[in-house]
Design a protein around this ligand. Structure first.
Ligand SMILES: *Cc1c(COP(=O)(O)O)cnc(C)c1O
Length: 412
């Protein structure tokens, strides 16, 4: 594919403008890599940890050690890292069902959660008969973010003082919403405020946020997908939950069975890619951040609105670009697809994806199916036709994908 000289010039200009930003991403990757290496060293990681187990998986050292490594690096007491958690949604669902009991109330303080949780909670699709949280008698409430995109702590504290809340739920990343992503400092304020007036669990959907900052947010539970940031582009599947020993124990009973918890669960042949992925993750996240900032610069100069802007602080790896028409959104996705290492020859089309309310167009030429730490873009086919773009295992390949996307949009 041809990239015009004009676009290549713009790319050079972008990299000069982004020099300090890129240096900041590298600095964070350095600090987080150091934390990962220290945890590996303290836990005496050795070849034996990669062997994997079968059957019940009792005394699987690789599994138990990786749990402790995640807990250490994320600043938590305990963690569960499992290939049997099939996705982010499954991981979040496992966490919520582990903590909530009939009659309990879950309060989301970042507005409506990610689309795929609608059915888990029971907001949608006959949630009263399909085994959703609501079907089990759990009450769901939410409060919206304030006008400037912050958690309404005042209102939250008021609610906590007047009624019994079991889980305060936050979604760190914007997901498919055009709102700011929460910085760690703000989530830590929420945690402090909650703990000052109640014993509710603070539960954070941490998807897309891992390793973007120097530490992870304070919480009773943080949870995410291994085919996003913490899998480093190497983990083939899986999810993690990390948090207080008490919360993680309760969740382990939902993950496997009451009475068994984290003591069983074989790892088959998954351990090496999970360890290696966690080792790579801080670096891979920096590659994705560079790709995102680069794309923001290019598309802003081409006249598009972006969130975040190229020079803004970044709190997750997602870049939103307002394409303003379905044609341009599709052109953008075609370019991303063409710049992918796998399936570069196929043409993405919008489709009705299970769990999502609008038709979605996706571009993903990934080694691991659906892995969004790899170069990928998705956009719901509705006004203002926002392309949500993320990933790039290497900055070089991400840059090529973005330039192809820009070229496709310009030619459209
Ligand atoms: C990706 C994502 C999820 C769901 O993860 P899946 O792996 O797609 O099920 C939930 N919340 C947020 C914020 C996400 O980005």
């Amino acid at each position: 594919m041809v990239i015009s000289d004009k676009l290549l010039e713009l790319a050079n200009e972008a990299e000069i403008a982004l020099k300090d930003r890129f240096a900041k991403f590298d600095e964070i990757a350095f600090k987080n890599t150091k934390k990962v290496l220290e945890a590996f060293s303290e836990e005496r990681v050795a070849e034996a940890h990669f062997a994997g187990s079968c059957g019940y998986g009792y005394d699987d050292r690789g599994r138990d050690t990786l749990d402790r490594i995640y807990a250490k690096v994320f600043g938590k007491e305990a963690a569960l890292v499992r290939h049997t958690l099939i996705s982010g949604t499954h991981t979040l669902s496992t966490g919520l069902f582990g903590l909530l009991r009939p009659g309990d109330t879950m309060l989301s303080v970042t507005g409506k959660p990610y689309d795929t949780l609608d059915e888990v909670i029971g907001i949608k699709n006959d949630g009263n008969s399909n085994g959703s949280l609501m079907n089990f008698g759990i009450v769901y409430k939410q409060i919206e973010l304030t006008e400037n995109g912050k958690v309404d702590i005042e209102k939250l504290v008021e609610i906590l003082k007047s009624e019994k809340i079991k889980v305060v739920y936050l979604q760190r990343s914007k997901g498919y919403l055009d709102r700011p992503t929460l910085p760690v400092s703000e989530m830590n304020e929420v945690y402090k405020a909650v703990k000052s007036v109640s014993d509710a669990y603070v539960f954070i959907d941490n998807c897309y946020g891992e390793f973007v900052e120097e530490s992870e947010p304070d919480a009773d539970v943080i949870a995410g997908s291994l085919i996003k940031n913490p899998g480093g582009g190497m983990a083939e599947t899986g999810g993690y939950l990390a948090g207080s020993a008490k919360a993680i124990e309760l969740i382990s009973y939902r993950l496997t069975s009451v009475g068994i918890g984290a003591e069983a669960g074989c790892t088959l042949n998954t351990m090496k890619s999970m360890y290696k992925g966690f080792f790579y993750a801080p670096h891979t996240v920096a590659q994705a951040l560079k790709t995102a900032a680069f794309s923001a610069y290019i598309f802003e100069k081409l006249g598009y609105h972006t969130n975040p802007s190229w020079n803004d602080e970044r709190y997750d790896i997602i870049q939103a670009i307002h394409m303003l028409s379905g044609d341009k959104l599709c052109a953008f996705c075609r370019g991303i697809q063409a710049g992918s290492p796998v399936d570069a020859y196929v043409t993405p089309e919008p489709w009705d994806m299970p769990g999502y309310s609008d038709a979605v167009i996706m571009a993903a030429g990934t080694f691991t199916q659906g892995a969004s730490i790899e170069l990928s873009a998705d956009g719901p086919m509705k006004e203002p036709y926002i392309a949500y773009f993320q990933g790039g295992l290497t900055y070089e390949s991400g840059k090529i994908g973005i330039l192809y996307a820009a070229q496709q949009v310009l030619d459209n």
